[in-house]
Write a protein that binds this ligand. Structure first.
Ligand code: NAD
Length: 495
């Protein structure tokens, strides 16, 4: 394993791409403006990034449109597109340490997590869609024998991709992979907190032979560059990951502009249910702690509502406290660190505001509950509240930080009722030895993914990922993701 000093030296020698990437070149924002990029672990500015706005979006969309219309990518043999994507996946792995450091410095996650999860996961995703590019068959409809009706899938055109900061490169790759495999062009707006890995990715894509104009990256703010992309009359689709509130804006932008398609991967408040016949309480307690403290709790599927059967509650809480103590904050560049800094000061204060609210509303603080002492950056200690009731603010709102709410139930029906008492429906888990009960509950809980006797065990690309209810619609990952970046065409030939 690489040492803390190794990562500090490597970070000190890193160079950053801070301009926009449009039509195969790094360029300043037209206004010449930049914004300060802060390292959340030190609270210091470490570079300034091009601040793109509407005019830059226009130029990037034009570049993407030209690339799409002249067929340099959209009409390339699918197997050839696939080869370029697989080359890009290889380049991501060749630059794994650099990309892992960019993620860590930009948004505060442990570099060890970026090395084991974000970067290999991004490469795997791009490779997977590269492999898939020439494996998809179209259909001949069973019409009258006097006709030949072909149902083919066509790329949509220009896709606007807007992503959050919690897994910057990985969330982008979940969209870039299928959108490019299908032959579209992309204008990508990273979150303002975490643009660096995507700017480097664009450069690697160019090195992998993906033609100019096919993948453009425009750093900038949501209210300006993001909105301009959402309202653009020549963008065919927005693939969005982020909060439910901003997801709703994109639906409005679509209605106010060209009725572009929208897919939304939004927030969550996922229930993690421990039944009295849980097959392994130790394992479940470790999973429950990781489900909320991994990535500092900045995970859309964080298991933020832990529902525990009263019959095993006391025993389980002892185990949960022990498991919680295994998660401690530290310098994200220290390989021993399991929890880094929250992404920015404003977000840290928001998370601490939820802690205050929980104390006011009568939840019992069992662990943490404050900013980590003795650190310059935006660190919050792992926090557990017991005696949380379904009406409390921390049981209802997405906190997106390391704050766990523990709720108690007495029956299967009550567990399902509490689990579904939310506007969200992204993920859930049930721990039970009883296969019938587990299936019954998995069916009854409204969520895009339900895990049984585990929590989010792999980054398997073969399964679709996305939400029910206000967690959004449309799916990332799996072959289903290709559906949203294509549309069906019928060609009827009278014989
Ligand atoms: P956010 O919604 O604030 O921002 C997401 C993106 O939208 C950013 O690029 C931002 O610049 C842009 N944006 C913000 N305001 C905008 C506006 N008015 N118009 C256009 N664009 C705008 O979310 P965040 O704080 O970056 O990320 C956290 C959220 O993301 C959480 O709610 C989390 O659950 C969600 N998330 C969901 C998934 C999923 O797959 N379902 C995955 C990761 C994160």
């Amino acid at each position: 394993m690489k040492t803390f000093d190794y990562w500090k030296d490597k970070a000190a020698g890193l160079s950053f791409r801070t301009q926009a990437f449009v039509n195969g070149k790094f360029v300043d924002a037209l206004s010449g403006k930049t914004f300060a990029n802060v390292n959340p672990a030190t609270a210091q500015i470490f570079n300034n990034v091009a601040e793109c706005d509407k005019e830059d979006v226009d130029i990037a969309v034009k570049a993407a449109r030209n690339a799409f219309e002249d067929g340099r990518w959209s009409n390339m043999h699918p197997a050839e597109r696939g080869r370029h994507l697989m080359r890009l996946a290889d380049l991501i792995l060749e630059h794994k340490e650099e990309l892992a450091l960019l993620e860590s410095l930009d948004m505060g996650k442990p570099v060890s997590d970026a090395m084991s999860i974000d970067i290999p996961g991004s490469a795997r995703c791009i490779h997977w869609y590269g492999e898939a590019a020439d494996k998809l068959m179209d259909e001949i409809a069973p019409t009258d024998p006097g006709a030949l009706a072909m149902v083919t899938r066509e790329a949509l055109g220009v896709i606007g991709v807007v992503v959050p900061w919690n897994f910057p490169l990985l969330m982008a790759c979940w969209k870039i992979g299928p959108a490019l495999a299908a032959g579209n062009s992309i204008v990508l707006k990273p979150a303002e907190q975490s643009p660096l890995s995507m700017l480097r990715l664009a450069e690697l894509a160019s090195e992998a032979g993906i033609p100019d104009g096919v993948l453009n990256v425009i750093p900038g703010f949501g209210e300006t560059a993001g909105q301009a992309l959402g309202l653009h009359m020549d963008v065919d689709m927005i693939a969005f990951t982020g909060s439910t509130q901003v997801g709703k804006f994109f639906m409005q932008y679509s209605g106010q502009s060209n009725l572009k398609r929208v897919s939304l991967e939004c927030g969550g408040k996922s229930p993690h249910i421990i039944m009295r016949d849980c097959p392994d309480l130790d394992k479940a307690a470790e999973a429950a702690a990781s489900a909320i403290f991994f990535n500092q709790g900045e995970v859309c599927t964080a298991g933020s509502r832990l529902l525990v059967d009263r019959a095993v509650k006391d025993e389980f809480m002892d185990k949960l406290m022990k498991a919680g103590l295994q998660h401690t904050v530290g310098d994200p560049l220290d390989p021993a660190t399991t929890m880094g800094a929250l992404v920015e000061e404003h977000h840290m204060n928001r998370v601490l505001g939820f802690v205050d609210k929980a104390n006011e509303e009568g939840a019992s603080l069992k662990l943490g509950g404050s900013r980590s002492a003795g650190r310059e950056g935006f660190f919050v200690d792992p926090t557990i509240f017991d005696d949380v009731t379904p009406d409390m603010t921390i049981a209802r709102e997405e906190i997106f930080g390391p704050v766990l709410s523990v709720l108690t139930f007495d029956s299967e029906d009550e567990a399902v009722r509490i689990a579904n008492d939310t506007i969200y429906g992204l993920a859930a888990a049930v721990w039970s030895r009883d296969i019938s009960q587990a299936h019954r509950m998995a069916r009854a809980v409204r969520a895009g993914t339900v895990w049984v006797n585990c929590w989010d065990p792999t980054g398997d690309m073969t399964i679709p990922f996305g939400g029910f209810k206000q967690s959004g619609f449309g799916r990332d990952k799996s072959l289903h993701a290709l559906e949203k970046y294509t549309d069906l065409k019928t060609t009827w030939v009278q014989l």
